[in-house]
Design a protein around this ligand. Structure first.
Ligand code: HEC
Length: 100
């Protein structure tokens, strides 16, 4: 393999990683919709609502997908999940995970 080919593969891998890295700023913007119930800092004001601060990324993503596909149902939360794209889910999950 030529050096340029190796470099080319390396660069495309880098681009691939960047494209799929969660965007915390975008996640923060999406989280503004969630703040009413889950709190701006990820700590819910109402004891019946779950805290999301520091929660695992994979867990948050899985729960949001479950609310979307109806495997998990809640009259407050299910409609909230419907509006989220796959990117929104990845970004907002990373954002809540980053909160203490
Ligand atoms: C109107 C209030 C409300 C809003 C707004 C809201 N949620 Fe929720 N959310 C809830 C409630 C209530 C639950 C608990 C549902 C249950 O008991 O099954 C929940 C549960 C969740 C869970 C599962 C937590 C766990 O520990 O299993 C996640 C993840 C979540 N919400 C994310 C979000 C995100 C992301 C947003 C913003 C896009 C959002 N929520 C907006 C009320 C809300």
């Amino acid at each position: 393999m030529k050096k340029t080919t190796v470099l080319g593969i390396f660069c495309s891998l880098l681009a691939f990683n960047t494209a799929y890295a969660a965007d915390l700023e975008a996640g923060k913007a999406t989280a503004a919709i969630c703040a009413g119930c889950h709190g701006a800092d990820g700590h819910a004001a109402n004891p019946e609502w779950p805290n999301l601060a520091g929660q695992n990324v994979k867990y948050i993503e899985n729960q949001l997908k479950s609310f979307q596909n109806g495997n998990r149902k809640n009259e407050l939360m299910s409609p909230m999940a419907q509006s989220l794209s796959a990117d929104d889910i990845a970004n907002v999950a990373a954002y809540f995970n980053s909160l203490k």
